[in-house]
Design a protein around this ligand. Sequence first.
Ligand code: NZQ
Ligand code: ZN
Length: 387
Amino acid sequence: MQNFILHTPTKILFGKGQIAELGKQIPADARILITYGGGSVKKNGVLDQVYSALVGRNVQEFCGIEPNPTYETLMKAVELVREEKIDFLLAVGGGSVVDGTKFIAAAANYTADRDPWHILKTVGSKVTEAVPMGCVLTLPATGSESNSGAVITRASSGDKQHFFSAHVQPLFAVLDPVVTYSLPPRQIANGVVDAFVHTLEQYLTYPVDAKVQDRFAEGLLLTLLEDGPRALAEPENYAVRANVMWSATMALNGLIGAGVPQDWATHMLGHELTAMHGLDHAQTLAIVLPALLVEKKAQKREKLLQYAERVWGLREGSEENRIDGAIAATRTFFEKMGVPTRLSDYQLDGSSIPALIDKLHQHGMTALGEHQDINLEVSQRIYQAAR
Ligand code: NZQ
Ligand code: ZN
């Protein structure tokens, strides 16, 4: 096992009715800004629950944070935060609202002479402070509710980039599985696929004898395999929704990634697909991951065999057959969830691959994977294989 420091300071309020506890989590005299997306939280009553929990408090709101939140929209909220001297942000929504709010939190105090876009990692400037924030999560998927990362898109230039800062880690996250009943099937599926891929990107690398992390990861994968399809079939099954929700949080809160090598290449190649073609985040992962696993079979051999055996029960046949079987089963699982796995399924013929490679280059994504050996040439082969 590799050395690690693990600090997961987000307080989790999990379960039915927990939104009512919100008020106690936010300082009594705070000037609160509630942020949300396109209105799903109005339709399903979540916003009403939030207001009920904050009766008598100083509350304003900012709506319209879109999926794959844009810098352009978020900067309007930054102005509001500055004008209204907001000192607490409450994100109510999916990963995009939580990520967008993290950017607002970091940009609000970013000095006026610096462009807040520089907060984004590869442009590279450090966040030294942020407005404190908490969240009410409505879509289990990204893990953003209890991690320090965010992914932001600049629509004007077609860039989708991420940043990390301990200053934007939510102080608390309310996870009530009931609020996920209203998710459309496409978003249920996206969430399950995203959490599955997060787990694999911290698991399918090379062995470092990290038994706890491996078995936690396998537990998450098995739970998502079991309850992902059930969430589609039985949308109001509380136990199923609870297991999916907790799996997604645990998949990216730092726990399974501590002390093990990680491979975020699928995400980096996926972000370019979203930025250029508007595909949902999870759709891009379902396209890239199977192709990447085939390309990196040799480097990931031992963990692929472990995955084949412990997650898919593949114990018979040659090693090559078991590895191919596990990759094929992964693809079939995504398809079964309703997330197609080829570029052609999204009417993309591969002609944009050179442009995608240019964007990876611009973003400094030239040495990806657990061995930093996924250079632009390898990325190109992965995109080609994903057609
Ligand atoms: O905008 P509203 O009206 O709220 O509708 C949303 C949106 O249209 C809807 N939705 C959310 N909760 C709902 C609901 N509809 C009905 N009932 C509910 N309970 O779902 C749609 C998608 O929402 P979004 O927040 O975009 O989805 P997701 O949670 O998958 O977030 C995706 C974003 O997170 C980033 C992605 O790149 C993408 O930008 N990621 C963030 C990560 C992180 N911070 O750690 C890691 C991830 O790998 C990912 O990259
Ligand atoms: Zn993801």
